[in-house]
Design a protein around this ligand. Sequence first.
Ligand code: P6P
Length: 338
Amino acid sequence: MDIGTTLTHFLLEEERKYNDASGEFTRLMSDLTTAIRAISSAVNRAGIEDVLGQAGATNVQGEEQKKLDVLANTLILQSMEAMGHVAGLASEEMDEPYAIPAGYPKGKYLLVFDPLDGSSNIDVNISVGTIFSILKAPRPGVDATVEDFLQAGAEQVAAGYTVYGGCTQLIYSTGNGVHAFTLDPHVGEFVLANQDLKIPHETAEYAINASNRRFWEPAIQQYVQDCEEGKDGPCGKNFNMRWVGSMVADFHRILMRGGVFLYPRDLKKPEQPGKLRLLYEANPMGFLAEQAGGACTDGMRRMLDIQPESLHQRVPVVIGSKEEVDRVREYYEKYGSA
Ligand code: P6P
């Protein structure tokens, strides 16, 4: 039996490339994967133990919190708070950043995460995932403030996600390519599955919640209509459509075989610029997309250039195969936004 290249081995090899590496990042990732393994176990047991269903509370987004949402959030906090890696944590499930309890050291990083993205799919056994973003703490050793988290995506030290599907996979990048690891449940280790993944530049597959069509901006209405017209229309090729309703599942498919995912601004809630959150969905996925040769915008602007204004800020998202993301931008330039 060959264990393969474990995540720990891979992280240490990466660390050795930097003479000034303290090893703190490696230890942060190692402790984060402890929580991820626990979340994976809970998700895989969901049908057996009573962790399905509502937790009876709502999160900052006003969305009903499911028990697994709350559990996943707690597991990540528990895996981090005593270890001295971070000066604070922020999550979709918490209105304000989580302060490291007194008596524990504050570290040099910040962790921002969506503990269980796509949670509306939990009860129907569709893949969900954890999305995380690692930033440098502007003031290491000091309790982080909200402002400390408001860094453009280009400042990320690392980003990644796990998808709890047929198998549990962890995908991450520190800016040196995107690498995928599969959890071997018999060994309890994440083992290297794909190194330096690349998103095909061209695609004929798009992902969008088509039920929002009547609320879309003109540019998106025209873009999707042209895709639907296939090879006899302006695109000159037939398109396929997929929509899981779980960004992690949709993005993972795009990472592995190409495609473009759109969650544009829709006028269903005109006061909201989009549904997805900048700090813990769009930025980490945008970082990975660019590292894999893809692209990520808000329809027009590079996602990683956007300066966050609030912790739970929402943005429109267009992400995936670079040629297609660029084509959507051309539609905005030609047909305009709302
Ligand atoms: P809709 C899940 O709630 C999520 O934040 C993303 O994971 C997913 O892509 C999107 O919302 C689905 O939104 O409106 O299709 O349910």
